[in-house]
Design a protein around this ligand. Structure first.
Ligand code: 6GU
Length: 239
């Protein structure tokens, strides 16, 4: 079983996530574990449970202090089983970008410890001491790492054996090839005077496959020229 240990100031944000849909089912089936850890509980300041302070050098905002962050993650690592392959991740817009490839790489671990920053981030010394792997979910700024931790957990978990049902797992293939999905339709055949493409109701599976592939290529070319160029390059290299 793969465990996701999430160190955060806002564990409540994960309550619905861990109970709902595919992730909720995977947790209920014991295929994954998702545990949250309140960083504030590791504050050395017993009176106010303070975890943040002003930044040296000045500038706006507060920074999470090294000590509570380090102690929280260390406590989690200390409770890991002896043989566990563990990996500490810090969710940050300064990290390498999460892709399907990175997600696949992370499935090699038994335990991912996900550190969620808040305010302006975390004292760099804690990140160094923990040898944290910085990961971003894209080029935009979130108010904290929690949403990113959920995105990462979902992306990695659905790659694990048994997490997707048979029905759902067939859907995974297209992006693996680096292409966008083709358009899809369900009943009714006509809706607001719009017909389902005739070829999809023809019963000719070979024609349907060809049409879908063509649509996937066309879409990728139009909407994601970067992915399309990479796809073409792989084709040329016969990848
Ligand atoms: Cl991982 N954290 C924050 N705060 N913002 C982000 C992000 C992470 N990834 C993209 N934007």
């Amino acid at each position: 079983m793969m465990t996701f240990d999430i160190c955060t100031l806002f564990p409540e944000m994960f309550e619905t996530f861990t109970k709902t849909s595919i992730i909720g089912r995977a947790v209920a089936q014991g295929l994954i574990g998702v545990c949250t850890h309140q960083i504030r509980e590791y504050s050395a300041d017993e009176k106010h449970r303070k975890v943040d302070d002003y930044t040296y050098g000045g500038g706006a905002g507060m920074l999470m202090q090294a000590q509570p962050v380090y102690d929280c993650v260390s406590a989690v690592l200390g409770k890991a089983d002896a043989g566990d392959r563990t990996h500490v991740i810090y969710l940050t817009p300064q990290g390498r970008v999460l892709t399907q490839e990175v997600a696949k790489e992370l499935t090699a671990y038994d335990r991912l410890v996900l550190l969620c920053g808040h305010y302006e981030g975390v004292d760099e010394r804690a990140l160094e001491a923990l040898d944290a792997d910085g990961i971003s979910i894209g080029d935009y700024v979130l108010s904290g790492g929690e949403l990113a931790a959920m995105v990462l957990t979902d992306t990695v978990a659905r790659l694990l054996p048994g997490v997707l049902g048979n029905e759902e797992s067939a859907q995974t293939e297209s992006f693996d090839e680096g292409l966008l999905e083709y358009p899809q339709y369900t009943r009714p055949e006509v809706w607001m005077e719009k017909r389902v493409p005739q070829i999809l109701i023809s019963g000719d599976h070979k024609k349907v496959d060809e049409w879908r592939r063509e649509q996937a290529l066309q879409r990728t070319k139009e909407r994601r020229p970067d992915l399309y160029a990479a796809y073409q390059k792989r084709q040329e290299a016969d990848g």
